[in-house]
Structure formats: structure tokens, C-alpha cells
Design a binder for this molecule. Structure first.
Ligand code: SAH
Ligand code: SF4
Length: 418
């Protein structure tokens, strides 16, 4: 088990230690992915365009980037032919590098990705009948060492940049073939009204696969607050990826000082990894609890919807056999939620095992009994079906290279003992 006594818990003013600086591109070009439109305009002006040109080109490029998914300036057909090489010399439109793409038998897809400076991270796409959810990572690894989570056992941690975070959404759209075809219109320009209506209609067409985003991949998003905020702003921007904030959920293990800022500056739905109702159990399985306790956390949850207009908070509760899954735990959960007057829903997550984990998943009957108690108190408590377990894509199984190595080792051992 992880030795939590050696763990340093970073606080609000001391966010995650960044293992190393982001290496600048060797060719000296600037990656525009993840940069806000106003900043693109400034960068274009700094590179020599006059104000009017910088504004126009920033607007065009931004639209091609996020509405059309274009990665080459040459494809930006409404930008003068002579201008395109000027852009290509100075800028690039990046995507995370794909190391490996896997498909689960249940339709779940997982991508092992890599930053330009060689760090691995993962994203997962989970298709359902009525929606498609992309599970996005915010960090390489995680500093928080929750004892049931495989990501928490990764040593190296680096915050992902806004470009690497929004880049996951871009990559998913690329892979799913979800960029609109047809004529381009960025409002104004040369397009007629009819043409612009046509391209709008196409862009908003129903039947999209990717409809929801959850910040539930690797990492603690509130320990990389500013980058996550800037990336989600691009995702929510009507001129950008235009995904409604109601379709975005950020999951935190309970970084209380950042929850208020999350409400005010991002305003997406919040999921809180509660996982236990007593101090002793939560201290053990979510060590951050020693710093930010349950009562304080629930009060911050009570304040969140008012500040963000989110409808309700989702509590995540991993079902660990004989640890946090008794009827008494369920009753205490109900009591706490009622005591703080929380508009809440509880997601019960069957524990997903990983090699070396010290826990077992609760029995199905136990989970059902827990769910019924919460449900009978008038609180929705669905049991989440694990997805993509065969490709290690389920909650808490993301770990990348180290995990792959240990699996290769296990395979070798199996072969040797056969
Ligand atoms: N760091 C954030 C978001 C990423 S984890 C957080 O902790 O909320 C997304 C969810 O998966 C969290 O609720 C997390 O506690 C849960 N989880 C982690 N490991 C798990 C495992 N092995 N089985 C089931 N759920 C797990
Ligand atoms: Fe980090 Fe979340 Fe895993 Fe805890 S559950 S170690 S906070 S990713």
C-alpha cells in the first residue's frame, strides 16, 4: 500500500510540483492550440501584423482551429494564399501524440497519448445509447495517492498545458470524424447569409458521438486549476468548441480552496469523490482528507450550486468491500447529505481492481443494499456499470507505461510457469 506518511500534500498556494518545464519546440514555432483568441491576436501583432490584420486573422484562424478541426494553415481557404506560408513558418496547430489506441469489447476506446516532451497520459471515450462521454486527463499522474487508485501510484507528475487538455477533445473529434464539412463561415467575411445558415446547421447537427466531457481522467483538476479553466473555456466558447457547460463535469477529490474559484471561473457541474463518511476511513483512502475534512468539504459543496448555477452536486462513492460499504455507512451518507441540504446525486462506483491493489470490490448484493438505502431516502444512487475493463480504461485504472511494463512482466511470468 502507498506510504501516505511520506506524501506531501500541496495546498492552494503551492500547487502541484511541476516535474519539469515544458520544452519549447525545437523548430521555434509556437503551438496555437490552447491559446485564447485574444492572445492569438496579440501574438500575431507581435509577429508583425498590423492591428486590423491581427484581429481578422486571429478570428479566422481560431474558427478554423475549433470549429473545423483543421491542423494545416494551407487548408484555411478564406485566408489569402500569400498569408498561409507566413503562418506556417511561425506557428503550428498541435495535437497530443498518439502512442496507442485501444478498443474495448463494450465500445469504450482508450488512447495512450504523449506530450511533446515525452510524458504519457490517457484519455477514454465511453459511448452510450444517448450520449458519448470523453474522459479527459488534467495531469500526468497524480500527487494525491488515494489508496484505491492506480493513477495515484504514478511517481512522475506534470500538469498538462491548456493545449494538451483541449487537445484531447480535438483528438477525439478527429478520431470520431466529427468535424463539420461544407462551407466555412466565421460571421462576416464573404459568406452569404444562406451559406452561413447552412454551415451552422451542419455544425450543430444532431447525432454527434461526443456530447459530454468529464474531467475524470488522470490527475486532480483543481491542482491544475488555471490550465483546466483555460482549456474548458475554449471547450465552452460559442466561437470555439461550443459545448454547453451543462455537459461538462469536473471531478475533484475535495480541494476545498479551489472549489469556489471553480464555481466562479468555470461554472461546470461538479463531482466530488467522497468515498467515505467517517474521518478515519476517508483519511485512509483519500489522504487529502487529513487536510480538508468531510464537514468542510460538504459545506463547500453546499455553496457550489449557488455560485455556479449548477443544478446539483454528484458524489462519487467507490464501493470497497468491508471498508466503506455497510448499511450504517449508507445511512450516514444520507444523514450528511440532508444535514447540509445538498441537492445531490450519488454515483456508486464498483471498485475496479488493478495489479497490487489492496482492496476488493463489494459484493453486488451489498452494493444494491447500499444503493437502496440512499434511494429510499429520496436521493438518486445509481450503480455505475464499469466500462472498458478489458483495456484497463475503467475509473482508477489509468496508469500507462509502468502498468504496461508490469503487465508484460506478468505475461512473461505466466509463460515461464506454464
Ligand atoms: N482526481 C479526481 C478525478 C479523477 S478520478 C478525483 O479523484 O475525483 C475519477 C473517479 O474515479 C474518482 O471518483 C476516483 O476516486 C475514482 N476511482 C479512482 N480509482 C478507482 C478504482 N480503482 N475503482 C473505481 N473508481 C476509482
Ligand atoms: Fe488522484 Fe483522483 Fe486518483 Fe485520488 S482518485 S489519486 S485524486 S486521480
Amino acid at each position: 500500500m502507498t506510504d501516505t506518511t511520506l506524501m506531501s500534500i500541496p495546498g492552494q498556494v503551492d500547487p502541484v510540483p511541476v516535474a519539469r518545464d515544458i520544452t519549447p519546440r525545437e523548430d521555434g514555432r509556437v503551438d496555437l492550440m490552447g491559446i485564447p483568441r485574444t492572445r492569438i491576436r496579440e501574438i500575431f501583432a507581435e509577429a508583425g501584423l498590423d492591428d486590423r490584420q491581427a484581429k481578422l486573422r486571429a478570428k479566422q484562424v481560431y474558427h478554423w482551429l475549433y470549429h473545423r478541426g483543421v491542423t494545416e494553415f494551407e487548408a484555411m481557404t478564406d485566408i489569402a494564399k500569400t498569408m498561409r506560408p507566413w503562418l506556417t513558418e511561425r506557428f503550428v496547430i498541435g495535437r497530443p501524440n498518439i502512442v496507442e489506441a485501444q478498443h474495448s469489447s463494450d465500445g469504450t476506446r482508450k488512447w495512450l497519448l504523449q506530450t511533446d516532451d515525452g510524458h504519457d497520459f490517457e484519455m477514454v471515450f465511453i459511448p452510450d445509447a444517448d450520449r458519448g462521454t470523453l474522459c479527459v486527463s488534467s495531469q500526468v499522474g497524480c500527487t494525491l495517492n488515494c489508496t484505491f487508485c492506480h493513477t495515484g501510484t504514478m511517481r512522475l507528475v506534470r500538469n498538462l498545458t491548456p493545449g494538451e487538455i483541449v487537445g484531447q477533445v480535438m483528438l477525439a473529434r478527429d478520431a470520431l470524424g466529427e468535424w463539420p464539412k461544407g462551407k466555412m463561415d466565421f460571421g462576416g467575411g464573404d459568406a452569404t447569409d444562406e451559406e452561413s445558415q447552412e454551415s451552422q446547421a451542419e455544425y450543430r447537427a444532431d447525432g454527434r458521438l461526443l456530447t459530454n466531457i468529464v474531467m475524470m481522467g488522470m490527475g486532480e483538476p483543481l491542482y491544475n486549476f488555471e490550465h483546466v479553466r483555460d482549456a474548458l473555456k475554449l471547450v465552452m466558447d460559442g466561437e470555439g468548441l461550443a459545448l454547453s457547460k451543462r455537459r461538462i463535469t469536473l471531478s475533484t477529490s475535495g480541494v476545498i480552496p479551489m472549489m469556489e474559484r471553480c464555481a466562479a471561473e468555470i461554472g461546470v457541474n461538479l463531482a466530488v469523490s467522497l468515498h467515505a463518511v467517517t474521518k478515519s476511513v476517508r483519511d485512509e483512502i483519500v489522504p487529502l482528507n487529513k487536510k480538508y475534512g468531510i464537514e468542510e468539504l460538504l459545506q463547500a459543496c453546499a455553496d457550489y450550486p449557488k455560485a455556479s448555477n449548477a443544478r446539483r452536486i454528484t458524489f462519487e462513492y467507490v464501493m470497497l468491500k468491508d471498508k466503506n460499504d455497510s448499511d450504517a455507512d449508507a445511512h450516514e451518507l444520507v444523514r450528511l447529505i440532508k444535514h447540509y441540504g445538498l441537492p445531490a446525486k450519488v454515483n456508486l462506483i464498483p471498485f475496479n481492481p488493478w495489479p497490487g491493489a489492496n482492496y476488493e470490490c463489494s459484493e453486488p448484493d451489498r452494493i444494491r443494499s447500499f444503493s437502496n438505502i440512499v434511494f429510499d431516502a429520496g436521493i438518486s444512487a445509481p450503480i455505475r456499470t464499469p466500462r472498458g475493463r478489458d483495456i484497463d480504461a475503467a475509473c482508477g485504472q489509468l496508469k500507462t507505461t509502468a502498468q504496461k511494463k508490469s503487465r508484460a512482466e506478468r505475461d512473461r511470468e505466466a509463460a515461464a510457469s506454464a
